[in-house]
Design a protein around this ligand. Structure first.
Ligand code: CU
Length: 492
């Protein structure tokens, strides 16, 4: 009798744990599989030519090519001025910048300046298509605080594919505050563009996208380098982290448990550095950290698994080796940003956005000729985002915001800086104090959307106009159907 009871309990336990096991997504990992053999590639700084009026002119050429990621195997890739990713652009607040964006691909694409405050026609969204063989030449004046911004295509329905194949690069903005931090690019100011990839057995990028979130890779590239290491030569190094993945989120930390100083969110420096040992970035988000090294020591930058879906996966990203002699750096300043925080007026307009499992915002899918919101240019508003299912995040063009609260609670200190992209956990409400750009244009829309690229491509996006205050009711919320730009993006 006793034995039967024992066997019965054993079977019951097996059943319970077996089922629990099935419901649990297995953690994807590369830990233990890497050798840290390849020196980390650092994207080149793009040298501008300087015009008579001081304008910095840059040329970016989108092209196809081949790239060796896995040793001895060539992959077909896309890049900008090269075969994979693009050069780093650097400019200072107050600079006039101008671009020639040349499309040498055989399909139409765009380049969007993620995080930039600029006129809507310069934004590079889905209405500024660059046909194969054509050149697009936007220009504007940089007028925003120092930040680690980036650029990438924004073709409606094709963004995931174009970014995944390699079209992305960094756009660094300097000001007097950012110079307080290590700023020798490639020496003590190191970009880390983190992307997950799936590879086929012959080393090609696999575009298999059979999850709700699109492609979720099991291998990681940093600045397009597989299995990378970095030798540092300074006692304090500033790392600029960009999550340029289509869907995956990362919880960055170091395997020796060391802490670091977080000094910036997406759209600007923090008021004061915050000591942390983990920071999470969802797709499109950036952060800057300063890490202190002792001569000769080694550590590994790792992303830790914190959940399911886009937060599932434990990945070694980069081995960092400190040289036996390090140049001494000045300690990080106690006061970083001198820009006042974004405060909304008492009577600020509140707009609500409901994100749902069906990749909709406010029960609508993106339409190229429909305007969803009309916002007075230069104003500050409260945007309230509710997530009713899956993981999503939220990005607003031509704006910067600060998180007011998450489910009614103030965000942690390290998330109180200026941002343009924010993670919206499943079932949560996030309220944002948004500061909009000041370039009224009643006929060219800007976008707000989920930055999980599959969701964005599926239509989890809306369009807004920034207009002269007081003219909100006078503008048309329908764009003409025969709009030249509209037709370009309407047949893919
Ligand atoms: Cu989403």
């Amino acid at each position: 009798m006793k034995t039967y009871k024992g066997i019965f309990i054993l079977l019951l336990l097996l059943l319970v744990f077996g089922l629990a096991g099935c419901g649990d997504e297995k953690t994807v990992t590369n830990v233990g599989k890497l050798h840290f053999e390849n020196p980390l590639k650092i994207p080149q700084l793009l040298e501008p030519t300087i015009g008579n009026d001081g304008t910095k002119h840059f040329t970016l050429t989108m092209q196809s090519g081949t790239t060796e990621f896995l040793p001895g195997k060539m992959a077909d890739t896309w890049g900008i001025n090269g075969s994979y990713l693009g050069p780093t652009i650097k400019a200072s607040r107050g600079d006039k910048v101008a671009f020639d964006v040349v499309n040498h691909l055989d399909v139409a694409s765009t380049i969007h300046w993620h995080g930039m405050k600029l006129p809507a026609v310069m934004d590079g969204g889905p209405h500024q298509m660059i046909e194969a063989g054509e050149t697009w030449s936007p220009n504007w004046t940089i007028d925003q605080p120092a930040a680690t911004d980036w650029y990438h295509p924004h073709v409606h329905g094709k963004t995931a594919q174009h970014v995944y194949r390699g079209l992305a690069g960094l756009f660094l903005i300097d000001d007097k505050d950012s110079k307080k931090l290590p700023s020798d690019y490639g020496v003590d100011d190191i970009p880390l563009i983190v992307q997950d990839k799936l590879f086929t057995s012959d080393g090609q990028l696999s575009e298999k996208d059979d999850t709700t979130f699109g492609t979720l890779g099991n291998e990681i590239l940093v600045n397009g380098t597989y299995d990378p290491f970095l030798k540092v030569t300074a006692s304090q190094v500033r790392f600029r982290l960009l999550n340029a993945s289509n869907a995956r989120a990362y919880h960055f930390g170091f395997t020796d448990g060391r802490s670091f100083q977080l000094v910036a969110n997406d759209a600007g420096l923090l008021q004061k550095p915050v000591t942390l040992n983990r920071v999470m970035l969802s797709p499109g988000e950036r952060a800057e950290m300063v890490v202190t090294f002792k001569p000769g020591e080694e550590t590994i930058l790792r992303s830790y698994s914190e959940g399911s879906g886009i937060e599932n996966g434990e990945f070694d990203l980069l081995k960092i080796v400190a040289a036996s002699k390090l140049t001494a750096s000045t300690p990080v300043a106690g006061q970083l940003s001198t820009v006042p925080p974004i405060e909304v007026p008492k009577d600020a307009r509140v707009r609500q956005f409901k994100m749902t499992m069906e990749s909709m915002i406010n029960d609508k899918k993106m339409k190229m000729n429909r305007i969803d919101e009309v916002v007075p240019a230069g104003t500050r508003e409260i945007w309230e985002i509710d997530n009713f299912g899956w993981s999503h995040n939220f990005h607003i063009h031509d704006a910067a915001f600060q998180v007011l609260d998450i489910n009614g609670k103030k965000p942690p200190e390290y998330e109180r800086g200026r941002k343009d992209t924010v993670f919206i956990p499943n079932g949560s409400t996030v309220r944002l104090a948004v500061e909009f750009g000041n370039y009224p244009d009643p006929s060219h829309p800007l976008m707000y959307h989920c930055h999980i690229l599959r969701h964005e491509d599926d239509g989890m996006m809306g369009q807004f106009l920034l207009v002269e205050p007081g003219t909100e009711s006078q503008v048309s919320t329908q764009l003409p159907k025969n709009n030249h730009e509209y037709q370009h993006t309407n047949h893919h």
